[in-house]
Design a protein. Structure first.
Length: 179
């Protein structure tokens, strides 16, 4: 299932690149899956990590995911997907709110996704400083801080995992002076 999900995600994201770079987009779901696999060996959660952006960013339907990977994987991906018709702030507030009551597998998936994104932001921040915010739709670092630290608070029950601890350290590194 994991191999099938990796191939499916690679095809879905073919030609896409990470914001502000020439890095193939598929590196993000791959990294997300590695992070998730350090927390759980549940094949469906790892597959969902590989597939977490295919609905939101690649136009894959929930039905197609259900047919290819089953209902649980499809549900996990849907829960991690944002409604791009809403504003940035609405989408992020919804994510934080959903995490309040999310099941553990959804929280693990969210941690993998957000940690992968924050690693990328932290690397770029070390190289170009505050210019990093220019590549985002939401360019205000205080709003980015609100989002990433809001997610951190909702994932507190994963605090024993090194991935959570890394996420907290990167929040402090990138946003420490802005809280």
């Amino acid at each position: 299932m994991i191999r099938k999900a990796a191939l499916f995600a690679a095809k879905a994201h073919e030609g896409a690149v990470r914001k502000g770079s020439n890095i193939p987009y598929i590196t993000h779901p791959m990294e997300t899956a590695v992070i998730v696999s350090m927390i759980t060996d549940d094949k469906e959660v790892i597959a969902a990590a590989l597939l977490h952006d295919v609905i939101e960013d690649a136009g894959v339907s929930e039905e197609e995911l259900r047919e290819q990977f089953g209902g649980r994987v499809a549900r996990l991906v849907v829960k991690e997907s944002e409604d791009k018709s809403r504003t940035w702030e609405e989408r992020k507030a919804t994510t934080i709110k959903k995490l309040e009551t999310a099941e553990r597998d959804s929280k693990i998936l969210a941690l993998g996704d957000k940690l992968s994104n924050l690693r990328c932001t932290a690397r770029d921040y070390m190289q170009i400083g505050d210019k990093v915010w220019e590549r985002f739709h939401q360019k205000d670092p205080k709003m980015q801080c609100w989002y990433y630290t809001g997610v951190l608070k909702q994932l507190g029950d994963l605090a024993d995992f090194p991935a959570y601890q890394e996420y907290a350290l990167l929040c402090d590194f990138v946003f420490g002076a802005r809280e």
